[in-house]
Write a protein that binds this ligand. Sequence first.
Ligand code: AMP
Ligand code: ZN
Length: 460
Amino acid sequence: MELKLYNTLTREKETFTPINDIVKIYSCGPTVYSYAHIGNFRAYVFMDTLRRVLKYNGYNLKHAMNITDVGHLESDSDEGEDKIAKAAKKENKDPYEIAEYYTKIFLRDFERLNIDKPEIICKATEHINEMMEYVQDIVKNGYGYETSRGIYFDISKLDKYPVLSDRKVDEQIAGARVEVDKEKRNPEDFALWIKAPENHIMKWESPWGLCYPGWHIECSAMSNKYLGEEFDIHTGGIDHIPTHHENEIAQSKGKTGKIPARFWMHCNFLTIDGGKMSKSLGNIYTLDTLAEKGIDPIAYKLFCFSSHYRNKLNFTFEGAISANTSLMRLREGYQKHLNGTEEVSQDVLDDLEEKFHKAINDDLNMPIAMSYVWDAIRIPKKSKQVADLLLKFDRVLGIKIDEKTETKLDIPEEIQKLLDERKIARENKNWELSDKIRDIIQEKGYIIKDSKNGVSIEKK
Ligand code: AMP
Ligand code: ZN
């Protein structure tokens, strides 16, 4: 079945076919100076869904994701302190210790969300030589020049800049509240390699003295190393479009003459009260915040599926709680079908499978795909065939639909009273009364199961 993906580069949904048999993907990973928040994780849930959809379509993947542990300054316009170095100073720790700690937490959260991990996870600090060589090649090809602050990319050497976004260069400059560096040839030129001031913590020997990398060079160097000059898909959040990805493209053109990826895919923001959720604005929630409120982190995936990845999604706890209830219902539904023995028409199942496949292949349309998941759950006959179909769908959802979860059923007081009366009847070996109460409870919509471990109750 045809797979269509939206390409920011062409601003169109295009049919996806890989360059070679293995689909090569690069994703911009986290800057590990603090806890990743659920806004960040929206971008990784999107990345996970993309991986799973490609696999569902039969592709094998080679996917690299970076960990930014140096070089990401406070502002995208090469101003401010390095975020990791700043956190190290604040917490009075070694920057590597900071990066290692937050990387560990980040990868633990990947597991809590059941995110299918990229084949390659690469750290910026472990690729300093590759970055330095990349910068040298850019300079050798005439696209880079030295100033007293570092090595800069000369955007006037490009045939076109910007190519991803339609922002006007002049508008950006006029809007930026930074003083234009007089040594730069063009106001939009950006830093490839930065000369380290005396007290800078993370710095490396280079042909231009002790330096540290600019933020964008790590992604160019690592994608080139692991995936080659041209690969299939590059992903990130929409905030990467105007600067980071634009500059990655510029760097690649400066070294290889090519735009590195065919498809550029971007996930829109998770907002809160209509504004962006971000560390710098201090309005963030983490997966721990959700867990503290009794919300299973995997339910956050379902919350993300309530909106298409290219649309904004506003976070509310009511929404997250309702996603948690949905997760429980989906898992309960799966169990009911798993234990069922009824026969469901194969045509019905094939039709649902085809609709689901069509939805995910239409630029990962998860809200529509979820509607077919629910249609399957709601099939009145209880059948193992439905459970098998749900398990197939779960290859894309990744919500561990076959996991048994302890559900705390909200039992109405009236039912609880009947349960207590039945307990007394059973203690008195009054089986007749016990059965009578069980029937009343059943009429009211609940099923009671007696086992040697005690009594359990579930909704019909
Ligand atoms: P960072 O760790 O700041 O480099 O960001 C990691 C990823 O999270 C990037 O792909 C960002 O685009 C993405 N991101 C940051 N904030 C949000 C948000 N509120 N909603 C969705 N994605 C976000
Ligand atoms: Zn990147």
